[in-house]
Write a protein that binds this ligand. Structure first.
Ligand code: ADP
Ligand code: ASP
Ligand code: MG
Length: 472
């Protein structure tokens, strides 16, 4: 069996037209003898709206929350009606959708009375997005002669109980996923499941964190030893920068697992940062593809990508970052100081992105949504602490940056008009990052892009698309 896991993001299932395109792409894989497993996100923006409904309810705005739910109900019902023409199938599906929204409304009413939104309830509410989209997609596939079978991810994507950012329990997933999905595949069926959603060992619904459907795709691919994992999205692949920020970004044809992981971690939303690991473990190539332009070959992520002439492959930006300056005059040179400092971050489960030290001070960067005041309070027992938000981390990724002379000079020359607050270079061979004000980030990316992607290597980047765009 040539199993291919196909993950479709929110925009690839955003309405009936998009779901129709998705069905055609999957049918195309079946036609060439592949056995697809389809993982879908919630319809575009649904996750945000469900979170907004939850927040409204918890804030006591019961009618506001129910109004959001009612709009979502109509959107899902309308999409289902447009896609499923068979009367009996359509009626069953609409009834099922209504049942789910009735249950969701119950939760929202209860929440408005209790007014406490726990991570567990948040996951239950937000899971409706993928639970419902995956059912609609299954029915739409069947209508289009794809022998699809719905699979509930919560029966085999098992996690710990860290609601909202649950950690997969690989042993369970590796055992249960084939048990659930292989029988369908052997019968020639196409399993369709929701990404992002999972359950803990007690059967309570959890989620893998925002953007987590990519991660589901990779977990399923790993558990089934898939031939490839395909991430279908709304851009041509991994680009040299976020095309929304830099319109002349180029498609990267091939990139290594390491480079892609670094990009994802440092903010390239095109891939969830945890996606690469399950694929690396089994050496399964990941392909990023565009469901609106299926003919484009996308980006292939493989263990050893060919080395290009250009020093960098792509530029990522992580916004909403804070910097914490810890000035340790009181603790100067004292033994065990750094380990005590890191223990505080550990206690707050706060990952550090970048560190820079001098004799008496240490600066670290963290996500702004971490519990900064509490962390600062704990740190202030050790040293003087200051923190500042609204920063951005810019990360330049490419192979063997460490080995190239003059690269730092070129980078900082390109952004000489921008104030750089902190730098990290050399910690990794493939990444060079620095921190600037959030407001300068887009401009920095465009300047760096203009400098480093002026004469791109055609072996690594799709230069044809740029030529076509400028009529060359
Ligand atoms: P999906 O819903 O399919 O998961 P996402 O919105 O999560 O899609 O990710 C795709 C988006 O990622 C693109 O529309 C693009 O704006 C953004 N993006 C950020 N950095 C990059 C990059 N380097 N290459 C491609 N896309 C990027
Ligand atoms: N729907 C979820 C989100 O928007 C998961 C995903 O699409 O990857 O975060
Ligand atoms: Mg995504």
């Amino acid at each position: 069996m040539k199993i291919v896991v196909m993950k479709f993001g929110g925009t690839s299932v955003e309405d009936a037209t998009a779901i129709g395109r998705t069905a055609a792409i999957v049918a195309g894989r079946v036609a060439i003898g592949k056995s697809p497993v389809v993982v879908v996100s919630a319809m575009a923006k649904v996750t945000d709206q469900l979170l907004r409904a939850a927040a409204a309810s918890a804030g006591g705005d019961r009618s506001g929350a129910l109004a959001i739910s009612s709009r979502l109900r109509s959107r899902h019902r309308d999409t289902a009606c447009e896609l499923v023409k068979n009367d009996a199938e359509r009626k069953t599906l609409i009834c099922w959708i209504d049942e789910k929204f009735d249950a969701l409304d119950e939760v929202l009413r209860g929440l408005a009375a209790i007014r406490e939104l726990t991570p567990r309830i948040s996951d239950l509410i937000v899971s409706h997005g993928e639970r419902i989209s995956s059912r609609i997609v299954t029915a739409a596939f069947r209508e289009r002669d794809i022998d699809a079978a719905h699979a509930d991810a919560r029966e085999f994507i098992i996690t710990d109980s860290e609601f909202q950012k649950a950690v997969p329990l690989h042993e369970h997933i590796e055992k249960k996923t084939p048990e659930k999905l292989l029988p369908h595949l052997r019968d020639g069926k196409v399993p369709v499941m929701g990404g992002f959603i999972a359950s803990n060992e007690a059967g309570l619904t959890t989620t893998l964190g925002r953007g987590g459907s990519d991660y589901t795709g990779a977990l399923v691919g790993g558990a089934l030893d898939a031939e490839t994992i395909e991430i279908w999205t709304d851009v041509d692949g991994i680009m040299t920068a976020d095309p929304r920020v830099c319109p002349d970004a180029l498609r990267v044809k091939v990139i290594s697992f390491e480079e892609a992981a670094e990009l994802a971690y440092f903010g390239a939303k095109v891939l969830h940062p945890a996606t690469i690991l399950p694929a690396v473990k089994k050496n399964i190539p990941v392909q990023v593809l565009n469901s609106r332009n299926a003919a484009c070959e996308g980006t292939r992520i493989i263990s050893l990508a060919p080395r290009g002439k250009s020093p960098f492959k792509s530029i990522a930006v992580k916004k909403k970052v804070s910097i914490i300056d810890i000035v340790a005059s009181r603790m100067l040179m004292s033994h065990g100081y750094l380990s005590q400092m890191f223990a505080i971050f550990d206690k707050h489960k706060c990952p550090i992105d970048m560190v820079s030290t001098s004799e008496v001070s240490v600066s670290v960067t963290v996500d702004s949504n971490s519990s900064l005041p509490e962390i600062a309070a704990d740190l202030s027992r050790l040293a003087d602490v200051k923190y500042e938000g609204k920063k951005a981390l810019v990360c330049m990724v490419g192979d063997d940056i460490r080995g190239q002379n003059g690269i730092a000079a070129q980078v900082f020359n390109a952004i000489r008009h921008i104030n750089v607050r902190m730098i990290s270079q050399g910690a990794s061979e493939i990444n060079m990052s620095f921190m600037i004000d959030e407001d300068d980030a887009d401009e920095a990316v465009r300047s760096l892009h203009a400098t480093f992607f002026q004469n791109p290597d055609p072996a690594v980047f799709d230069v044809e698309a740029r030529k076509a765009a400028i009529g060359g």
